[in-house]
Design a protein around this ligand. Structure first.
Ligand code: NAI
Length: 254
């Protein structure tokens, strides 16, 4: 079950905390990957490491690193064509990259709003738009967008981030309806609090306070997000579209 052998995937933010877990998870199930990110050197090192997670019988499969700054629309427009040229097809697109620029609404600067909308929301739109035609032609596709629990609940100090994540959810439902008859599914995975660089910066007291609100009693791991992503990427998940899987240890039940 959930065998991705013969499938190809493009993963953004692939050398980050959650993205690297997702990339390892997809590779472990047999997919060939284009890993993308803004830091070319970090990405190259990660690509090499990824081979270790590729099953023995697929060791001839070479994963590819393509750097792309998602805050630059010109670079974003070139990413899918470059990945297609390398892989021949894109079966799975995982829009994982994301940033935060937190501030209370009354202090939020235009640049903080713009940066988050551009990287989190606009690049996701551009990449989804770019894979739509090839996936429709192939009559197969899996688009998985990594959103956030706060896209559903809202969060003080994150008006920009919540707008972007909520926007991705609504955008995904729209595209899911456009593509459903073509065997192309569009879904989201909404993490709760996951242990990564993004959450490592929180003070310990805040982390402890957060843990008391999580019925599972702990923060999640990147592997928890990877598991849901691998499932949605699989052939077995073909009748699931326009949905969000919340992976949050029960913190919010929707
Ligand atoms: P991270 O900071 O470890 O990774 C983010 C990735 O995005 C990095 O690889 C980074 O290089 C990439 N990225 C950032 N700006 C970019 C740009 N301009 N161009 C290209 N790539 C860029 O963060 P983490 O935690 O792994 O987050 C991954 C996703 O999960 C994000 O979309 C985030 O919003 C989401 N998320 C994370 C949660 C958490 O608790 N860590 C909770 C809910 C959602």
């Amino acid at each position: 079950m959930f065998d991705l052998h013969g499938m190809t995937a493009l993963v953004t933010g692939a050398s980050g905390g959650i993205g690297s877990s997702i990339a390892r998870g997809l590779a472990a199930q047999g997919a060939r990957l284009v890993v993308s990110g803004s830091n070319a050197e970090k990405l190259r090192v990660f690509r090499d490491e990824l081979d270790e997670h590729t099953p023995q019988h697929l060791q001839e499969v070479d994963h590819v690193a393509i750097a792309c700054n998602l805050s630059d629309p010109d670079q974003v427009e070139k990413l899918v064509p470059a990945a297609l040229e390398t892989l021949g097809k894109i079966d799975i697109l995982v829009n994982n990259a994301g940033i935060t620029r937190d501030n209370l609404a009354m202090r939020m600067k235009d640049e903080e709003w713009d940066a988050v909308i551009r990287v989190n929301l606009e690049s996701t739109f551009r990449l989804m738009r770019a894979v739509t035609k090839p996936m429709m032609k192939a009559r197969f596709g899996r688009i998985i967008n990594i959103t956030s629990i706060v896209g559903t609940t809202g969060n003080p100090g994150q008006m920009n981030y919540c707008a972007a994540k909520g926007g991705i959810t609504a955008m995904s439902k729209s595209l899911a309806q456009e593509l459903a008859t073509r065997n192309v599914t569009v879904n989201c995975v909404a993490p709760g609090f996951i242990r990564t660089a993004m959450t490592d910066v929180l003070p310990d007291a805040q982390k402890d306070a957060l843990n008391t609100k999580i019925p599972a009693g702990r923060m999640g791991e990147g592997e928890d997000i990877a598991a849901a992503t691998v499932f949605l990427a699989s052939k077995e998940a073909g009748y699931i579209t326009g949905q969000t899987i919340h992976v949050n240890g029960g913190m919010v039940m929707v």
